[in-house]
Design a protein around this ligand. Structure first.
Ligand SMILES: CC(=O)SCCNC(=O)CCNC(=O)[C@H](O)C(C)(C)COP(=O)(O)OP(=O)(O)OC[C@H]1O[C@@H](n2cnc3c(N)ncnc32)[C@H](O)[C@@H]1OP(=O)(O)O
Ligand SMILES: O=C([O-])CC(=O)C(=O)O
Length: 377
């Protein structure tokens, strides 16, 4: 009876819900948030405005944005116990430290157990401000420095760089971080957002959903790709080696990291903005070779582009972070800073029209058999 059941491994091509938050046209290589093109948002908007748009559904008026921004700024506080936890785990991967700290916040903050739209929004906005604080505090603590207190006058992106480096960023550096966060803010039923929805589907709290999302983002097939791209760039070393590197990978049928996507068959529209950033920053900083190595890989991968294998958002972002002197293991946590509003709204939407997410696996194990006692095995 089960022989004709169609199995959709990896849930490829399956719609599990409706969503009005973002739209991906994989064939055309287009992405929009709430009906606004990612290209307009990346060039004209700010992360704070995009957060508001994603969460509330409309671009804010000036008064609405001012109030929203004030809520985010006021939330730039961490309990002392979180700093203790960061100190105790400082030698771990920053993604593990971040996940552990967010999990600790669930246990430390009185209202974290509350569910309902107001609680999800309040906890979500607070976590949006706390996540960059945790990452920056860890980077300082593991390098023997004290955490840099948040500056409540700076934008989300500028404050992140301030806390990370202890010096006020240039306007260009802050804008590049802002654009990076905008580009990473939301992406439909990606693995981490889907995982968060599974957690919220059990009526868990928002912190639980975000801990799940962080765990899922960390893998190299998802948010971890930017770190792997940078390792690849170091392994290639000079632009001349790029073609041979790709040839060897293809021969062994290994994935070339930063390429491929479950939904896009054309180039990921977010990559364009990162590519422009790498090129400009590399030239400005007298280090154009990183861009040249990446373009060498792109050229060598061209024969596969017609099969839908193109660069994704993570292909260029690592080099931007490297040019800013940011260590490789912070690349996934930086993705998480940007993805916060996407996770929050997906958790809120899941809660709003909740249904337990529970698919089926088709059993292909042994037929029913009698229990074998230990002495007979
Ligand atoms: C922010 C993000 O999460 S974006 C994704 C970041 N991840 C990466 O960059 C890691 C490298 N990429 C990959 O591993 C994959 O492309 C994934 C996991 C992102 C998507 O995987 P899937 O949707 O299962 O792959 P898909 O079905 O599109 O693959 C089709 C074919 O392209 C191949 N392919 C996919 N990605 C790559 C790649 N990066 N390099 C070489 N070949 C690839 C597959 O092997 C498959 O070939 P086959 O049909 O001969 O077996
Ligand atoms: O949508 C996906 O599968 C992965 C992705 O690009 C993202 O989460 O930004």
């Amino acid at each position: 009876m089960t022989e004709n059941v169609k199995i959709n491994r990896g849930l490829k091509g399956i719609y599990f819900e409706r969503s009005g938050v973002s739209h991906i046209d994989g064939a055309a290589g287009e992405l929009s948030y709430r009906g606004y093109s990612i290209h307009d948002l990346a060039t004209k908007s700010t992360f704070e405005e995009v957060c508001y748009l994603l969460i509330h559904g409309e671009l804010p008026t000036q008064d609405e944005l001012t109030a929203f921004d004030a809520t985010l700024k006021a939330a730039r506080e961490l309990p002392d116990q979180v700093y203790d936890i960061i100190r105790a785990t400082k030698d771990g991967h920053p993604m593990d430290v971040l996940r552990t700290a967010v999990s600790a916040l669930a246990a430390l903050e009185a209202d974290s157990q509350n569910v309902g739209p107001e609680a999800f929004l309040a906890n979500g906005l607070r976590l949006t401000s706390q996540v960059p604080m945790i990452i920056a505090a860890h980077e300082n603590i593991r390098n023997g420095r004290d955490p840099v207190p948040a500056d409540k006058t700076l934008s989300h992106a500028a404050n992140w760089l301030w806390m990370l480096k202890g010096e006020k960023p240039s306007e260009d550096a802050a804008r590049l971080a802002d654009v990076d966060f905008i580009l990473h803010a939301e992406h439909g039923a990606n693995a981490s957002s889907f995982a968060a929805r599974v957690t919220i589907g059990t009526e868990a709290n928002l912190h639980g959903g975000i801990v799940t999302a962080l765990s899922t983002l960390a893998g190299p097939a998802h948010g971890g790709a930017a770190e792997d791209v940078m390792k690849m760039v170091h392994e290639i070393g000079t632009p001349d080696n790029a073609a041979a590197y790709v040839k060897a990978k293809r021969k062994n049928r290994e994935a070339v990291t930063g390429f491929g996507h479950r939904v896009y068959r054309a180039e990921d529209p977010r990559a364009r903005h990162m590519r422009d950033g790498v090129k400009k920053l590399g030239e400005e900083m007298g280090a154009p070779e990183w861009y040249e190595i990446l373009q060498g890989v792109v050229d060598a991968m061209k024969p596969y582009a017609r099969h839908g294998l193109n660069v994704n958002v993570d292909f260029y972002s690592g080099v931007i972070y490297q040019l800013h002197g940011i260590p490789m293991d912070l690349y996934v946590p930086i993705f998480a800073i940007g993805r916060m509003p996407g996770w929050i709204i997906q958790c809120m939407d899941q809660q709003d029209s909740n249904i337990l997410i529970r698919p089926l696996t088709l059993y292909n194990g042994p037929d029913m058999r009698p229990y074998t006692p230990m002495t007979k095995r």
